[in-house]
Design a protein around this ligand. Structure first.
Ligand code: SF4
Length: 221
């Protein structure tokens, strides 16, 4: 059965990075609507503000550059915004209103810092590409990540494994969201760089009993 989500149930595509980093962090932000800014999140916003100008579409010969393009997928139940989508005129791609021929889309996501060890950026980018494929009825075999620290784009091949991981994560996120559940996670080394560590209180969250909770509270004083 090919299920489709209602618009009011759509989740934010960008949440998949949080979910890949820590399921609890995602739920604190997207289920409980808690958010704390730290240097990393503020810097990330500045990088994005530079490329999100929704009115801006630029044409350079056979290349069309669209900034801040809104995308969605009713099959995955998600919505979001691409930093940049580049359309190259050629043999394959989408047919765009008012333009002749086929235009191959390639989403480009701008990131603070340098390439990460984990797949969180690639998952977000792949999700954007899957939305574009659904919206524009075309195939997008690869996309790109730009990192401001190395000033270079990295090519990301959108494999069937990566696509399946995206689908599985969105299914899991929808399940948590529908049940209003924030999963418990053991404190780990990622917590040091987490923007929500003061809200999350990982040391206390793993204690089960009220006694253990107060014991930890007293020890922290
Ligand atoms: S502090 Fe740790 S457990 Fe809590 S949300 Fe952040 S990464 Fe996850």
């Amino acid at each position: 059965m090919n299920m489709e989500y209602r618009e009011e149930d759509y989740l934010m595509i960008s949440g998949i990075q949080h979910f890949a980093f820590c399921r609890r962090q995602w739920a604190l932000i997207h289920v409980e609507w808690q958010w704390q800014e730290n240097l990393r999140t503020v810097e990330g916003k500045i990088v994005h503000e530079r490329c999100h100008d929704e009115k801006f579409t630029e044409k350079r010969g056979d290349l069309l550059i669209c900034r801040g393009m809104r995308v969605f997928s009713s099959r995955m139940g998600v919505t979001g915004q691409c930093d940049v989508v580049e359309f190259t005129k050629g043999e394959t791609g989408a047919f765009l209103l008012g333009r002749e021929g086929a235009w191959q889309p390639c989403p480009v996501e701008y990131k603070r810092g340098k390439p990460k060890q984990d797949k969180s950026d690639a998952l977000q980018l792949c999700a954007q590409a899957m939305c574009l494929e659904e919206m524009l009825c075309c195939d997008i075999p690869e996309a790109q990540l730009f990192y401001d620290e190395i000033h270079r784009r990295e090519r990301v091949v959108l494999t069937s494994e990566l696509r399946q991981e995206v689908k599985n994560m969105f299914l899991e996120m929808h399940d948590y969201y529908a049940r209003g559940v924030t999963p418990k996670v053991r404190s780990n080394k990622k917590c040091n760089s987490c923007s929500l560590k003061d809200l999350c209180l990982p040391k206390l969250a793993k204690k089960k009993s009220v006694n253990a909770y107060y014991q930890a509270y007293v020890e922290d004083l």
